[in-house]
Design a protein around this ligand. Structure first.
Ligand SMILES: [Zn+2]
Length: 130
């Protein structure tokens, strides 16, 4: 029985209980189905959406990702590119936010599900279909 690490499971968007089934129906970087989350894990049948609107709390994490992205872009542009025009800041922030939108949305949900979802890792569940 192979054991998947917590970091690897979170990075790949895997179910918190079995770390095998996918949380999302599409790849982490896909722009398709941005808001979709599986109701149940296809591998262990853990409930991934415990209640309606469960993932509203993930908006706070997503917001923190966006703020961190903006601050990092401002620092890099200011110091590395020697304080360019304000339009360069705006365009860079908008483009970077658009490019990283799927990752920020999905990883905010992954963090929220692992943090608040009350699903503990169970190695027995990981080996059901192996
Ligand atoms: Zn599972």
């Amino acid at each position: 029985m192979k054991r998947r690490s917590l970091g690897n499971a979170m990075l790949n968007g895997k179910c918190p209980r079995c770390r095998e089934g996918n949380i999302f129906p599409v790849a982490m970087m896909s722009y398709l189905k941005l808001t979709d989350v599986h109701q149940k894990c296809a591998h262990c049948e853990a409930v991934l959406t415990p209640e309606p609107d469960f993932f509203y709390g993930a908006m706070y994490i997503s917001y923190a990702f966006s703020v961190a992205l903006v601050i990092n872009i401002l620092i890099v542009l200011n110091y590395v590119f020697d304080d360019p025009e304000i339009s360069v800041y705006v365009i860079t922030v908008v483009v970077a936010n658009f490019l990283l939108l799927p990752l920020m949305l999905r990883y905010s949900k992954v963090l929220y599900l692992y943090w608040v979802g009350k699903l503990k890792y169970d190695p027995e569940k990981a080996s059901i279909k192996n």
